[in-house]
Design a binder for this molecule. Structure first.
Ligand code: NAD
Ligand code: GLY
Length: 362
């Protein structure tokens, strides 16, 4: 029996789009073909995912001019130089403004294909087919696209919403276990920031989720995407509320930048960062310390890191966290929790409290 759900990112009449979640969707043209406007398609993928899933997607597109860009795999290639390969392919093959880019891969591919779509001829359509758990529950939804700069993660980018998101849970069967864990960090994030019953549900089902139970995965992904879609619908361009989706990310981005892109996986860095954020919330008196231990247990059950990297000092964290996009007029703003399921964006934490939280999690 296959399980599926369809959700909507509600951005009004012209720009709302569906998220399809289920099994065997890569065999189903109905999720893809109606969302292609012109006759040209450019599939953007990487050398790992191409070997696994490119043929399936190409076989759905027999009636189109299809060109494919196979990028080198890895966060270290998430750069403007790599995006240039996509522009090269589009220009060499004379793609016009009605072309559709199809991002087939994890968040790295999705962010770069989305950025290319946002900028090629000032913006063309694109479709997300995310193939990692992390990209299925987070990066493929909501329209943030971009690349890294050597001085900061995701510092170059654009908001550009896809036409649809196709989430086939079968592809998770080939995902390395470390990547599955990294995605689970973002699933856990939704429980912590806005959905306490979901947090309890994840705690109850973490073993089944980690062993790739299909029905549980569809449920966890759909619930995560629904939470994200609700936030994005209220605050598409991150004027305020959307920042809660970055729980753990200010600490996490500092880890990724300090270690070198790709050494810690994004989701691993977010996991350790969420723990630091909860530790800080506890130091500020907002949650009992047992909630920090409860999260540590859940992260442990998802095979995620539960300490910050030993080779980073508090000062180094502060320096890198000052580069965060939430910094306003030089003031660090952090996502913390008032309670499980209730995140807030605040400037209230002092530098000493941040350093103490880092020390307690190191
Ligand atoms: P990733 O794209 O590097 O993919 C992880 C690895 O899994 C890669 O080696 C990839 O080739 C491989 N892979 C992908 N699908 C596979 C499959 N089905 N089977 C086997 N291997 C597979 O990493 P990610 O965790 O998907 O994404 C991380 C990126 O997403 C970061 O750059 C992060 O900044 C970005 N991100 C963006 C947003 C956003 O809103 N745009 C949100 C969260 C994260
Ligand atoms: N991943 C954070 C956001 O999409 O806003």
């Amino acid at each position: 029996m296959s399980v599926s759900q369809t959700l909507t990112v509600d951005l009004g009449d012209q720009r709302s789009y569906p998220i399809f979640v289920g099994q065997k969707l890569l065999e189903n043209p109905d999720c893809l073909v109606p969302y292609i406007v012109g006759k040209q398609v450019c599939i953007v993928t990487n050398d790992t995912v191409a070997d696994l899933y490119l043929k399936s997607v190409e076989s759905l597109l027999a009636d189109y001019q299809v060109n494919t860009v196979v990028l080198p795999d890895g966060e270290s290639h998430k750069s403007l130089e790599t995006v240039n390969f996509i522009y090269d392919c589009l220009l060499e093959n004379k793609h016009n403004r009605t072309t559709t880019l199809v991002a087939l891969g994890g968040g790295v591919v999705g962010d770069m294909a989305g950025y290319a779509a946002a900028t090629y001829q000032r913006g063309v359509n694109f479709i997300q087919i995310p193939t990692t758990l992390l990209s299925q529950v987070d990066s493929s939804v909501g329209g943030k696209t971009g690349v890294n700069h050597p001085l900061g993660k995701n510092m170059i980018g654009a908001f550009h919403q896809p036409q649809c998101v196709i989430i086939d849970t079968d592809v998770l069967q080939t995902l390395p276990p470390r990547e599955l864990s990294a995605g689970m960090a973002e699933v856990i994030k939704y429980g912590l920031i806005c959905d306490k019953p979901f947090y309890q549900w994840i705690e109850e089902h973490i073993a089944g989720l980690m062993s790739l139970d299909e029905a549980l995965l569809v449920e966890a992904i759909a619930r995560s995407c629904q939470n994200k879609a609700d936030v994005v619908a209220q605050d598409e361009r991150e004027a305020g509320l959307r920042a809660i989706l970055n729980l753990g990310h200010t600490f996490g981005h500092a880890i990724e930048t300090a270690q070198g892109y790709g050494v810690w996986l994004h989701g691993e860095a977010v996991a350790a960062g969420m723990l630091a954020a909860l530790e800080l919330s506890s130091l500020m008196g907002d949650i009992p310390h047992q909630e920090v231990e409860r999260l540590r247990q859940l992260l442990n059950n998802a095979n995620l890191p539960t300490v910050l990297p030993a080779n980073m000092t508090g000062e180094q964290f502060l320096q890198l966290m000052a580069l965060d996009k939430k910094v306003l007029d030089g003031r660090l703003r952090l996502v913390l929790v008032k309670a499980i399921g209730e995140a807030v964006v605040t400037e209230a934490a002092s530098q000493d409290q941040v350093l103490q939280a880092i020390a307690n999690c190191s």
